[in-house]
Design a protein around this ligand. Structure first.
Ligand SMILES: Cc1ncc(COP(=O)(O)O)c(C=O)c1O
Length: 456
């Protein structure tokens, strides 16, 4: 599948159908000659060879998942028109497709009358949610766990709102007791609940935070940029399932189709439970909103121009892979998670490694055992580099002592953090590839001088 050039024939067929709709227009001479395009295009292809193989199952580094072929083709198809989903003037069909696709994501989280739209990614989705939260709780602060995405603190600064980090438990989940302490002084207006942290895929205990909301009036924004689609998976553990089961009680949610939704980058999504939040977006545009009385997407989003192609790609993907429990999309998420659990089991049985607790979603993190914390970090960096030489691409993450101590990775703590290895096991193919991944990890560990494993 990775470089499936035969799909280009399908693109050609779809392009002919698209062109049919505009056949009545007078011909326009071509602006670029094909021969002129060749040199820069082939030069770009050669430059792009200098990349990690994000599309391949041996890439388990960051949250990078190749777009589904239908998304890639539909996106490319739309580029011949390049619609702009700011307003119906710029992207008529693609605005309707965006509304339909967004409606399906909202239904997946249990909302039937919410409001939402696509945006450039998780950062912007969170930004809009925090901006609306500030409008609704003026003068009050924002909190998120110390393992929440780094942008929450930064975005709070941009919004001029105070920010506090709430401690986590050893698994990286927000500690409800620490949150309750912070709530005592009445200065908190919004709690960001992360369903799937970036570092380790930890899922905050949403049901316990909802119980606190019943006693202290605050707004809940769920950052499910990475984890949101897991609500469809049928193999979550009980704690994780419980958190996803109450996601519909949040006030707003960020879910990124460009992480687990098989979309090219530039596709985030923000949803609000109460469609009345649209009043905060109210503004006039003398250029655009005159062509239709239907609300334009630009009237309910902070950005002006947005790629209609992103909506077309998402719409086509969801037509092929509906967001329903038990469907192919859900089964593929569950397959990645199964592969993550298999990787965790293998690491736990290997005396060289000290993995965190079993993954709540599909990210696996482990320290390399050593005498001291700084030696463990050096070993992880060496193994990361050696694995890449064996075509196995992992990522690195620095985690605090409190999250690692229960797993006993070192005898002495001469540093407050340890650099660990991290695998985002996000592709369904990872299930079949796991033994090959483990063989390469073992070869890379031996190459860095780590002796062969003794099973415990
Ligand atoms: C939980 C979470 N929130 C927000 C973001 C930011 O998303 P983006 O990179 O799409 O802006 C990320 C990115 O990894 C994330 O994992």
């Amino acid at each position: 599948m990775p470089f499936d050039r035969e799909s280009l024939a399908l693109l050609d067929e779809a392009l002919a159908v698209l062109a049919d709709g505009f056949r009545h227009l007078p011909d326009v001479p071509r602006t670029a000659r094909m021969s002129e395009l060749r040199e820069p295009l082939l030069a770009a292809a050669r430059r792009l060879q200098d990349n990690a193989p994000y599309h391949h199952p041996l890439y388990v580094g960051h949250m990078q998942k190749p777009p589904h072929p239908v998304a890639r083709l539909a996106y490319t198809l739309a580029l011949w028109l390049n619609p702009n989903n700011h307003a119906y003037d710029g992207g008529r069909a693609s605005s309707v497709m965006e509304r339909e696709a967004i409606g399906e994501i909202a239904r997946m989280v249990g909302w039937t009358s919410s409001q939402g739209h696509l945006c450039s990614g998780g950062t912007l989705a969170n930004f809009e949610a925090l901006w609306v939260a500030r409008e609704l709780h003026p003068g009050k602060g924002i909190v998120a766990s110390s393992q929440a995405h780094y942008t929450h603190e930064r975005l709070s600064g941009v919004l001029g709102v105070s920010f506090r980090a709430i401690a986590t438990d050893a698994r990286g989940r927000m500690d409800p007791a620490a949150l309750e302490d912070a709530l005592q002084d009445g200065t908190i207006g919004t709690v960001v609940v992360t369903l799937g942290t970036t570092a380790s895929g930890a899922v905050d205990p949403l049901e316990r935070i909802l119980a606190l909301r019943a006693r202290h009036a605050f707004r809940i924004h769920v950052d499910a940029a990475y984890g949101g689609y897991f609500t469809l998976a049928d193999n979550l553990d009980a704690d994780t399932r419980q958190a996803f089961n109450c996601v519909a009680q949040a006030d707003s949610i960020a879910i990124d189709p460009h992480k687990h939704g098989l979309q090219p980058y530039g596709c985030g999504c923000v949803l609000f439970r109460d469609p009345a939040v649209r009043r905060h977006y109210r503004h006039d545009s003398p250029y655009t909103y005159l062509s239709s009385d239907d609300p334009h997407l630009g009237e309910i989003s902070l950005e002006c121009s947005r790629p209609g192609a992103a909506a077309v790609a998402l719409w086509a993907t969801q037509r092929l892979l509906p967001l329903v429990a038990g469907g192919t999309f859900a089964q593929d998420l569950a397959a990645g998670r199964m592969a993550a659990l298999a990787l965790h089991r293998a690491l736990a049985a290997d005396t060289r490694f000290a993995p965190l607790s079993p993954p709540q979603l599909d990210i696996v993190v482990w320290a390399v055992r050593a005498d001291t914390a700084s030696q463990a970090s050096l070993r992880a960096r060496a193994l990361h580099a050696a694995a890449a030489k064996h075509d196995l691409h992992l990522s690195l993450v620095a985690l605090p002592q409190a999250m690692l101590e229960p797993h006993d990775p070192v005898r002495a703590w001469d540093a407050e953090t340890i650099v660990c290895l991290r695998a985002c096991v996000m592709k369904p193919e990872h299930r079949e590839w796991m033994s090959g991944i483990l063989a390469r990890l073992d070869a890379a560990a031996r190459a860095t001088g780590q002796e062969s494993p003794q099973s415990r």
